[in-house]
Ligand binder design. Sequence first.
Ligand code: PXP
Length: 239
Amino acid sequence: MATLAVNVDHVATVRQARGGVYPDPVHAAILAELGGADGIVVHLREDRRHIQDRDVKLLRQTVLSRLILEMAATEEMIGIACDIKPDLVTLVPEKRTEVTTEGGLDVKGAFEPVRDAVERLHDGGLTVSIFIDPDPKQIEAAAKTGAEMIEIHTGRYCDAYTETEKERCFGDIADAARTARNLDLIVNAGHGLCYNTIKRFAGTGIVDEFSIGHSIVARSVLVGMKEAVSEMRELVRDA
Ligand code: PXP
C-alpha cells in the first residue's frame, strides 16, 4: 500500500499573488493531515516564488506526519536543510525561468556535486531522495551517491497525449522502479499526477510514496483541502 505526501506549494502561490498573509500553507498542511496525508511537501525555491523561509520554519513545528523539503543542491539550501532538519530532503533541479520543475536532476552528468550534497546532508543527520527521470543510468548514478531514495518523475506519463504513448511512459516508470528496488532504493514518484492519472498505478505496488500537489490544491478550491486529500488518499491506497 502506497502512501501520500501532499505538496502545499500552490496554496502559497495564491497567497503570493497578492503578497499578503492568506491562504496560509501552514493551515493547509494541518487540513491535509486531517484528510489523511502521510507527509507534507514544500519546495523552497531560490527565488521564493511561493514557499517562504517562514513557512518551512513553522511547518517544522506544526507538521505531525513528516515534513519533506524539496530543494536545489545549493550552499544556501543545504545550510537551511541542516538547520531546519526536515524528515526528508528531495534534491531537485531548479531553473528560474521554469513554471514548475521540468525534468529530473542529471545525477549522471553532475555526479560529484550531487554526491557531495548528499554527503553533507547525511552529515547533518538527514535522509535524502533524488528526483530523477525514469532512466536506468540516472538511477544507477543516484544509488552511487548514497541517497536512500529516488523520486521518479511522472510528468511525461501524465502529459502523454495518446494511450500508446501513456503506456510506453508508464512502462518506463515501472522499469525504473524495478531497477531502483534492485539497488535497494526506496521508490517515490510524482509530478503532474491527478485524480485520473494516479489510477494506472492501482494494484501495481511499484511506488512506496506519491508526492502530489497541484491537482489536490486545485480540487481543494472546490471541495476543501480535507476532502481533496481524502479522495486522493483512497486512490493512492489502491496503488
Ligand atoms: N515532486 C517534485 C520533485 C516536484 O518538484 C513537484 C512539483 O513541485 C511535485 C512532486 C508535485 O507535482 P504536482 O504539483 O504537479 O503534483
